[in-house]
Design a protein around this ligand. Structure first.
Ligand code: GLU
Length: 506
């Protein structure tokens, strides 16, 4: 086996990629980059009945959006292809035959009805969880219980069969999990899983280990739900005479209340997306929301995901992707489930939003604008609004940047508009008219010296100044808003607003 680290993300295209799947991909990516290894995308589509059109493209697009692209695999090419299991169909049978020849696998001809009968029978006798195993296989229809002639006849007649692994009755399977430590399972608690079906398709287990071997995978990093399959995989490696890759099973991602695994169905039901991108179900047309469409930055989403099961061991919470590569290690991945926190996800987005310059934010917002505005002006709006926003779209919610207010916050008017206000505003307006340099600094100086001279408090003037220019009772610095809007606009708004409000009073 090559010494170069090679890891794979091996999703089944059965629907949109859940954020737990994205986290698995992320940890694989981080591990690969950290060790200058390869990150491979393999599509596991052996179960054709669960195939969903569009799912493969969705997976590729999601990884792209997150910035965690494979350097090899489905859609990327490489020396170990094809990378889609349905296109590797011809590769598996020889290994199944090898297992039959060495006595580690056998044909089973039992029909679905016959197996159901066994299950029902066991149930009626009060035995739950009937299994096809080292005990029950003795009296079932398989190549261990039938004579050589019977087997030959069935095969010659083309009777449908499956090939099952033949597990020893009472043997300990031990393996080391990079996250959980030693795991020991007795084969008495395992069943003779199907490896291959007569339709020529391997099952997940068979295809998974053959591909991991042929693709020279060194580390299998996947979700905890695959831990129960690991002993079987270890035995398959052993029976085929192959070295097993190192295994690491990631902790579950739990619902926000900690009650169970966060599932695909939790999504919009709990008020947040569970998918990276919006997904339209091709059958029902139902739409599930995605982090991208909700306005999250991919860097924030990825940063948040990294912390669902891992921590750097320091208080640092903000990590770029490169920073994560640097800090990541499997040793710091926990064993216990990690609660998903939608509020923390918003917090991450806010941190990333604040880090961006007004120009960057303006470029991101521009495509969604339905009106014309200069880049410079939009950048100014973003600079002023970014401290108050969680998402970029929120920076456009204050429409006074783009048009003069038509209405004025009633609460402010009621509380702050006094008899002497029109006179104060008129005088302030004329001071502004005299300003040559209409910069925030000068506007502020003028405003403050006006207050001092008139012996007026902030509260008597600033709210009225704001409401006339913006229509609102609150917002970012009025001096900066004024500079951005420009002298003419501010003066116009002050005059128009004053006129309107006086007319209303009269
Ligand atoms: N195809 C499996 C899945 O959909 C992959 C499990 C593994 O990584 O071994 O999650």
């Amino acid at each position: 086996m090559s010494s170069k680290v090679r890891v794979r993300f091996a999703p089944s295209p059965t629907g949109p990629l859940h954020m737990g799947g994205v986290r698995t991909a992320l940890y694989n990516y981080l591990f690969a980059k950290k060790h200058q290894g390869d990150f491979i995308l393999r599509v596991e589509d052996t179960d054709q009945t669960r195939f969903v059109p569009g799912a493969e493209d969705y997976i590729i697009e999601s990884l792209k959006w997150c910035g965690i692209e494979p350097n090899e695999g489905q859609g990327y090419g490489g020396d170990f292809g094809p990378y889609k299991q349905s296109e590797r169909k011809h590769l598996y049978r020889q290994y199944v035959d090898q297992l039959i020849e060495s006595g580690h696998a056998y044909y089973a001809f039992d029909t679905a009805e016959e197996l159901n009968e066994q299950r029902e029978l066991a149930k009626s006798q009060g035995k739950a969880g009937w299994q096809y195993n080292s005990i029950t296989r003795q009296y079932l229809k398989n190549s261990l219980s039938l004579s050589a002639d019977e087997i030959k006849q069935k095969l010659d007649e083309g009777e449908p069969y499956v090939i099952r692994i033949k597990l020893p009755r009472n043997e300990e399977v031990r393996f080391y999990d990079e996250i959980r430590g030693w795991v020991v399972v007795n084969t008495a608690n395992m069943d003779d899983k199907v490896l291959y079906k007569s339709d020529g398709m391997p099952t997940y287990h068979m295809a998974n280990i053959v591909d991991d071997h042929l693709m020279e995978i060194t580390h299998v990093i996947r979700g905890e739900e695959w831990l129960p399959s690991a002993p079987l995989h270890i035995l398959l490696y052993q029976y085929l005479g192959w070295e097993a890759p190192k295994l690491a099973h990631l902790p579950l991602i739990l619902k926000p209340d900690g009650n169970g695994k966060l599932s695909k169905r939790d999504g919009d039901r709990l008020g947040f997306p569970v998918f990276p991108l919006e997904w339209k179900d091709p059958k029902t047309g139902d739409i599930s929301s995605g982090y991208r469409e909700k306005g999250y930055f991919p860097e924030a989403f990825v940063n948040m995901l990294a912390f669902l099961g891992w921590n750097p061991g320091t208080p640092q919470e903000i990590f770029s992707l490169d920073g994560l590569v640097e800090a990541f290690s499997l040793e710091r991945v926990g064993k216990s489930g990690s609660k998903f926190d939608p509020e923390k996800t918003k917090w991450y987005n806010q941190q990333y939003l604040r880090e961006k310059s007004g120009e960057e934010l303006a470029q991101l917002l521009k495509p969604s604008l339905s009106f014309d505005v200069s880049d410079e002006f939009l950048a100014g709006v973003c600079e002023l609004m970014k401290e108050r926003a969680l998402f970029i779209q929120e920076m456009l919610e204050d429409d006074y940047f783009f048009e003069a207010p038509q209405a004025y916050d009633e609460k402010t008017i009621k509380k702050k508009w006094k008899d002497q206000t029109p006179e104060i505003i008129t005088e302030l307006t004329s001071r502004y008219e005299q300003l040559e340099d209409f910069s925030a600094k000068k506007i502020e100086e003028t405003f403050k010296s006006f207050l001092a001279e008139k012996e007026l408090g902030m509260g008597a003037v600033l709210p009225n100044f704001r409401v006339l220019v913006t229509g609102k009772g609150m917002g970012p610095s009025m001096f900066q808003i004024s500079e951005l809007l420009g002298k003419e606009e501010v003066i116009n708004r002050l005059k128009t607003g004053l006129e309107r409000l006086e007319k209303q009073k009269a």
